[in-house]
Design a protein around this ligand. Structure first.
Ligand code: ATP
Length: 240
């Protein structure tokens, strides 16, 4: 049993759209220094879980703790200021703005201009392929590059935890590999990760721990290595 204070501790979280339940009694934790993945097929409730955790959707029951502090019910903006950033599904970039402007918007919650400038350099260091494209409008970027911009923008808020909602969807395998390498690099820099994925094979390859969501409920949790070897997971989630 790990006695360290978790970076994120979610207990008994339920949320509905109107009277239709979408997630029910979801509990999960991210321990410091780890990559956790939440797996599930289309419609399992993964995005709903992220929204309920970060305050975009009001939870019906349950609690959310960040670094030991109860933050249940806080707005996404307050969560961001406490270190929880989200890379949303579909990226939600400002397509008509340049890469630089997107990065600057990512830092909107911060008033430490000198540190923001330093962080911009640090973040750009993670994306050598985009370095000379700061003045380019991001709507013209490829899907993979746009995903990188979305990650870079989230990093500009100087998060302590980064939640990514299906960052690999629609991307070519070589780009998926690049995104996974990035996730490893970000985690190694001290930012804890919650990776939401349908692609179990890829996610279990990068994560330390995994949860499986089915019809809004967590039906399995274990180390990623153990789940990757499970016959049930192979059959139901990897097609092998
Ligand atoms: P996907 O991979 O498609 O994003 P997901 O696992 O993230 O799937 P959710 O988007 O969380 O799943 O959806 C969970 C359930 O809630 C589904 O049955 C979905 O139809 C429903 N749902 C999601 N968003 C809404 C909404 N805005 N209004 C009503 N029902 C919704």
């Amino acid at each position: 049993m790990n006695t360290e204070t978790p970076s994120l501790l979610v207990e008994g979280l339920s949320a509905s759209y109107g009277s239709v339940p979408a997630i029910e009694d979801v509990s999960l934790r991210i321990d410091p220094g780890s990559i956790v993945t939440l797996l599930g097929v289309n419609g399992a409730g993964k995005s709903t879980a992220i929204k309920a955790i970060c305050g975009l959707l009001r939870a019906r029951t349950g609690t959310v703790r960040l670094f030991g502090q109860d933050v249940t019910g806080l707005s996404p903006d307050r969560m961001l200021r406490k270190g929880l950033a989200v890379v949303p599904e579909g990226r939600r970039l400002f397509g008509a703005m340049t890469f630089r402007e997107n990065l600057e918007l990512g830092a909107y919650s911060r008033s430490d201009a000198a540190a923001v400038r330093r962080d911009m350099e640090r973040v750009l260091g993670l994306f050598p392929e985009l370095r000379d494209r700061l003045s380019t409008v991001v709507g013209t970027f490829s899907g993979g590059q746009q995903q990188m911009v979305a990650v870079a923008r989230a990093l500009m808020s100087a998060p302590r935890i980064l939640m990514l909602d299906e960052p690999t969807i629609g991307l070519a395998p070589v780009v998926v590999d690049r995104i996974m390498d990035l996730i490893r690099e970000i985690a190694a820099s001290g930012i804890d990760i919650l990776l939401i994925e349908q692609n179990a094979e890829v996610a279990l390859g990068v994560a330390d721990r995994a949860y499986i969501l089915e019809a809004g409920r967590v039906i399995a949790e274990d180390s990623a290595a153990v789940l990757a070897q499970s016959e049930f997971v192979k059959k139901a989630y990897m097609g092998i």
